[in-house]
Design a protein. Structure first.
Length: 273
């Protein structure tokens, strides 16, 4: 007698139900893991982008400078430092020596104007984008009309704040302007503190802080004050004159020629127009 038999309908339905339930659990686990991985990658990307933006800002700020060789009658200055709180956040424009030429043999110097500002993020409501604008050279024209490279460096920005340490008053202030008489003409802040708050993708705001220190706080005088440089044959003015009188001869160190005991004439250095 053959005792083998098949599955009953109830057994088949129970098996299908168990398989469907296990498949649902497996799918939910994979989906949750995938979502967590994407969130982790987004958070890592936002953190890395924010850290890179802060490093770039600190590098630009450390190389900021001012020059005394400006045309006082010109409407716009080539070198300046202006930072003002705006409605959407801080906007700062300053001259710096951190520019890198865009290509080989380009007619560009190390000096440029750099601007950091916030713009509305069209993809994320209520957030901003941190924009960096860099010119290719310095010109005494309106900075907005100069050729420049503009790019977005951080998304989902909630806060962009700057504070400047005024060493003359020993206090932190939230604005700095070298273009006005009642501002901070001819000098840069001793320290610049930056605060950047970014949504890393979870709706949770992460705060980043950094500090910059401009290496050249006082304005540079790139031209001699009188346009003359005097060179003496021996150390000290009196020593040089006495040596010329006693020995009857002295030698110009700059040219190696005998001056006959006379003090060398000043070397005329033409001013750069």
């Amino acid at each position: 007698m053959n005792s083998s038999r098949g599955f009953t309908l109830i057994e088949v339905m129970v098996s299908i139900t168990l398989i469907a339930f296990m498949s649902f659990i497996l799918y939910s686990t994979i989906r949750t893991t995938r979502a967590a991985q994407e969130l982790s990658e987004l958070r890592a990307d936002q953190t890395q982008a924010t850290a890179a933006a802060l490093d770039m800002f600190v590098q630009d700020m450390n190389m900021a400078y001012l020059s005394l060789g400006e045309d006082t009658a010109a409407e716009f200055k080539r070198t300046f430092f202006r930072a003002q709180p705006e409605v959407g956040g801080m906007e700062i424009t300053f001259s710096t020596m951190s520019h890198r030429p865009t290509r080989k043999n380009a007619h560009e110097s190390d000096s440029c104007l750099v601007q950091y500002r916030l713009e509305r993020d069209p993809e994320h409501r209520g957030s901003f984008q941190l924009i960096r604008r860099e010119t290719r050279r310095l010109e005494a024209v309106d900075p907005l009309t100069m050729p420049a490279e503009t790019r977005r460096i951080v998304d989902r920005v909630a806060i962009f704040e700057l504070w400047f340490f005024d060493a003359t008053k020993d206090e932190w202030i939230d604005a700095w302007d070298t273009t006005t008489i009642d501002g901070q003409s001819g000098r840069l802040p001793q320290l610049v503190r930056v605060h950047l708050a970014v949504d890393v993708g979870t709706g949770h705001i992460v705060h980043f802080h950094s500090m910059a220190r401009p290496h050249i706080m006082e304005a540079l005088n790139l031209l001699p004050a009188t346009g003359k440089v005097t060179s003496f044959g021996t150390t000290g003015t009196q020593g040089g004159q006495q040596g010329g009188q006693q020995g009857g001869s002295s030698r110009d160190r700059s040219t190696g020629t005998d001056t006959g005991g006379r003090t060398p004439r000043p070397i005329e250095i033409p001013r750069v127009q």
